[in-house]
Ligand binder design. Structure first.
Ligand code: FMN
Length: 308
């Protein structure tokens, strides 16, 4: 019997989503910027640009460079800061019938805790996504996300101050991502999202200088999809919390690959800069895939490629 209507619902901990397609932090502004281009109510969730306690100016330009099948960015986590986010950005998002996930970043564990405590007061914030790819200033600038002990400590800190789902966003710039994934699961994360950008660089041969003022930047876009997919597969093998797949997702086929590898949801990032409607098109593409293959629910494809 043919499936009459496909069920696109999925969940991340206690957060229920109408479909599994989210927009990735830093590639979708604070939502409002895309409001005239995208039906924001149609999205599975909106993840806003990473928020810090105080506003950040980010790195000096040039801070973006195009590469084969991707881009490098060294934005340096520029953002309006918590107070302005609450006063100027949140009111617009309150009116959108889509779960809001706030991505947070800090320089110390206390920064993350304060952000979590204040955002916990805002009912509209359905979940936090904790960006641990930032330097810990109290530990000599080593990124939280590359050390299992620090990743665990920051997860515990946020967990204590936020009552709804805590998603920890993992960095691919580590030897073994499964060690970090297990550490944050044990520390109380409700889900993990992966991957953040891959460290890279580019050189302008005409001026014999790095293209980015910061020299190094984060590589994103289709170039990193195989890396993201491989890491989702590896993490799915070792944690039992939901995984959100990220990395170069451009089409519904890409999103489906991530779900077949074990992701319960996906994020669309760099592609938003080329095609702002990409997330909406991916939702439609997944629905068509389910209908064409007579699959009743999107739940049925999560991890399916792993079944023996
Ligand atoms: C310009 C830009 C800004 C970003 N800013 C953030 C950020 O503030 N916080 C964060 O966790 N990830 C940030 N990211 C990483 C993305 O959310 C995503 O993990 C990464 O780009 C890989 O996905 P993609 O290949 O689909 O873009 C940023 C990426 C780009 C390209």
């Amino acid at each position: 019997m043919a499936v009459e209507q496909t069920d696109m619902r999925t969940s991340i901990g206690s957060m229920r989503l109408k479909n599994p397609v989210m927009t990735a932090s830093g590639t979708f502004g604070y939502g409002e910027e895309y409001g005239s281009l995208v039906n924001l109510h149609r999205l599975g969730a909106i993840i806003v640009k990473g928020i810090s306690l105080l506003p950040r100016q980010g790195n000096p330009p040039p801070r973006i460079a195009e590469t084969a099948c991707g881009m490098l960015n060294a934005i340096g986590l520029e953002n309006v800061g918590l107070q302005s986010f609450l006063a100027d950005k949140l009111p617009f998002l309150q009116g959108i019938n889509t779960p809001l996930i706030v991505n947070i970043l800090g320089e110390t564990i206390e920064d993350y805790q304060q952000l979590a405590a204040r955002l916990n007061e805002e009912e509209k914030v359905a979940a936090l996504e904790v960006n641990i790819s930032c330097p810990n200033v109290k530990e000599g600038g080593v990124a939280f996300g590359i050390d299992p002990g620090m990743a665990s400590a920051v997860t515990k800190g946020v967990r204590q101050h936020f009552s709804r789902p805590v998603i920890v966003k993992l960095s691919p710039n580590v030897t073994d991502i499964t060690v970090i994934a297990r550490a944050v699961e044990e520390a109380g994360a409700d889900a993990v999202s992966l991957i953040n950008t891959v460290l890279g660089m580019a050189i302008d041969i005409n001026v014999c200088k790095p293209k980015l003022a910061n020299i190094f930047g984060g590589l994103s876009g289709p170039a990193i999809k195989p890396i993201g997919l491989r890491m989702v597969w590896q993490v799915a093998e070792c944690v039992s919390i939901p995984i959100i797949g990220i990395g170069g997702i451009t089409t519904s086929e890409d999103a489906i690959e991530f779900m077949l590898a074990g992701a319960s949801a996906v994020q669309v990032g760099t592609t938003n800069f080329i095609n702002p409607k990409a997330a909406e098109e991916i939702i439609l593409g997944i629905e068509n895939y389910l209908a064409t293959n007579n699959i009743a629910s999107v739940q049925d494809i999560i991890g399916r490629a792993r079944e023996t």
